[in-house]
Design a binder for this molecule. Structure first.
Ligand code: TZD
Ligand code: CA
Length: 526
């Protein structure tokens, strides 16, 4: 007799899903008992950290991790981070443990009535099988949907007494299925697009996270070189789709209507690839686009295309289309890309560094293919000015701006990329939302270098307050948080640095260590 548990592990194994990130409760033990040896369970101490580790792992590995959470409270706790997972299109399958099938209706302890509704509308799919006989198929349904474009989180809630129930004779058919995602652009559409690019006087590319997620960075480079086109990164970036030291790299588009329109209106054709049009953040209204400019939008996410307020769109696979276009367009010699201007680094104070100093030191001392996981909100300009991101998969950030992603995501990313080093550049405010990720890094000896920007305030909110003219809010100062002590408490080696010399020494030690290290960098906010 095969049980739902055995059949589910077989399904997960066939789908390459042997990484389980979790935080368990009494409802989860039936699923986790006799945990197979070829599976790997990564315990997180808080569901936000569990979700962020899994999300980072999904993004950096291309696999679909399983996230095992406790009933309503555990699943609910993960949902802040889950908001990012939706926007980053990370394929994760969340499995919530449910109370005994026959007793959920009585709302006994740790039952979750309306469990399928709980994480909606954040998930692509959410279900609790209507019978124990439908557990394996529902799990397969969640996995296949999570992994198809647009990828994203799927949720399933399973009563714990289902796991020991036998499966029927058809379950093997379900376990053995493959489901492939194979849409492509028609040849005539490709010709049409290439002709548009060839006939544009001054084309420009705007690239989004899907370019990096589909490993299409090199094709984007070839296309931009063929066209002689500058390349912008779409606003509010969660990944880096283009080498930032390439002469065609123009920078990050500002996150407001008027400034984007101003920058893009210098061109007659804008090709946006693998990004929403656009993730504005700041309110600076205006015309979306200048009159002489046409925008073409290419994405593998139908909703992204349908909801955009302007531009003509093609539903197409990002990587294939970029490489086909790069091979098809004519080589241009009539276009020139102006060099990007990078502001000079600002000076330090006697007992505190400017963030420029910190990013430059990391740039100088980290390895060439260093992976940056960034959640330091007021220092974005400093980061993009002083850090060079050269290869695919070198940058990750909270895709919905939800804090609590960065620190634990760095742990999941390091697990997915053992050959590369990961630095987590985290604000002292943001760090607290995912701090328990430190323990998981220590537990698995994952050599992430955590750099905490200790400016002792919610800097971004001070900036927003200035912009929005909201004087008189309560104080957002954060004095007195000792990250060295906190890190040591979780088993992570830590030291603080107030000067560039101290910081460089600390970074050199950290990058040669084979364990996680936290550096508390005292910075100032102005
Ligand atoms: N809660 C969550 C989960 N996500 C959020 N984005 C916020 C609250 C609001 N928020 C921001 O958008 S930025 C920020 C908050 C509280 C301050 C972050 O402070 P920090 O970085 O110390 O990490 P800076 O550089 O000092 O801004
Ligand atoms: Ca701060």
């Amino acid at each position: 007799m095969t049980t739902n548990r055995e059949a589910t592990y077989e399904l997960l194994r066939r789908q390459g899903m042997t990484k389980v990130f979790g935080n368990p409760g009494s409802n989860e033990l039936q699923f986790l008992k006799d945990f197979p040896e070829d599976f790997h369970y990564i315990l997180g101490l808080h569901e936000g950290a569990v979700m962020a580790m899994a999300d980072g792992y999904a993004q950096a590995s291309g696999e679909i991790p399983l996230v095992s959470l406790h009933s309503a409270a555990g699943t609910g706790t993960s949902m802040g981070v889950l908001a990012n997972t939706v926007q980053s299109k990370s394929p994760v399958v969340v499995l919530s443990g449910q109370q005994l099938r026959d007793m959920v209706g009585q709302e006994i302890m740790v039952s979750s009535t309306n469990a399928a509704q709980l994480p909606q509308p954040l998930t692509k799919f959410s279900a609790e099988p209507l019978s124990a006989n439908d557990v394996v198929r529902t799990m397969a349904h969640a996995i296949h949907l999570a992994g198809m474009h647009p990828k994203g989180p799927a949720h399933i809630s399973v009563p714990h007494d289902d796991w020991d129930r036998p499966v029927d004779e058809n379950t093997q058919l379900t376990i053995g299925r493959t489901v492939q995602d194979a849409m492509s652009l028609a040849p005539a559409q490709l010709e049409e697009l290439a002709a548009l690019l060839d006939s544009a006087a001054s084309p420009v590319l705007v690239l989004g996270p899907e370019v990096d997620a589909t490993h299409a960075n090199d094709s984007a480079v070839v296309l931009s070189e063929q066209l002689g086109a500058p390349v912008w990164i779409a606003p509010s970036p969660a990944r880096c789709p283009f080498p930032t030291d390439h002469p065609h790299f123009a920078g990050l588009l500002p996150a407001n209507v008027r400034d984007i329109s101003g920058l893009l209106s210098k061109h007659d054709l804008v090709l946006v690839v693998g990004a929403p049009v656009f993730r504005y953040h700041h309110d600076k209204p205006g015309a979306y686009l200048g009159e002489g400019t046409r925008l073409i939008h290419l994405s593998q996410d139908p909703d992204e295309l349908a909801r955009a307020p302007f531009g003509d769109a093609y539903l197409a696979p990002v990587a294939d289309t970029l490489s086909a276009l790069a091979a098809r367009v004519q080589k241009r010699t009539d276009t020139a890309v102006p060099a990007r201007t990078i502001p000079a680094p600002r000076t330090d104070r006697p007992d505190r560094m400017h963030p420029d100093t910190v990013f430059r030191a990391i740039q100088d001392l980290g390895p060439e293919d260093l992976i940056h996981v960034v959640e330091s909100t007021s220092t974005a300009e400093s980061f993009w000015s002083h850090v060079k991101l050269r290869s695919q998969g070198s940058f990750y950030s909270a895709a919905a701006g939800g804090l609590g992603f960065g620190l634990p995501a760095a742990v999941g990313i390091q697990l997915a990329q053992p050959e590369r080093r990961v630095v987590a550049e985290i604000g002292d405010g943001s760090a607290n939302f995912g701090i328990t990720g430190l323990w998981s890094a220590a537990r698995h000896q994952l050599p992430v270098v955590f750099v905490i920007f200790r400016n002792e305030t919610y800097g971004a909110l001070v900036n927003f307050g200035r912009r929005l003219d909201t004087l008189g809010t309560p104080s957002f100062e954060l004095p007195g948080i000792d990250f060295v002590a906190i890190a040591k408490g979780y088993g992570v080696r830590a030291e603080s640095a107030t000067t560039e010399a101290e910081l460089r020494d600390a970074l050199a030690r950290a990058f040669s260590a084979h364990e996680p290290v936290l550096i508390e960098a005292f910075t100032y906010f102005e």
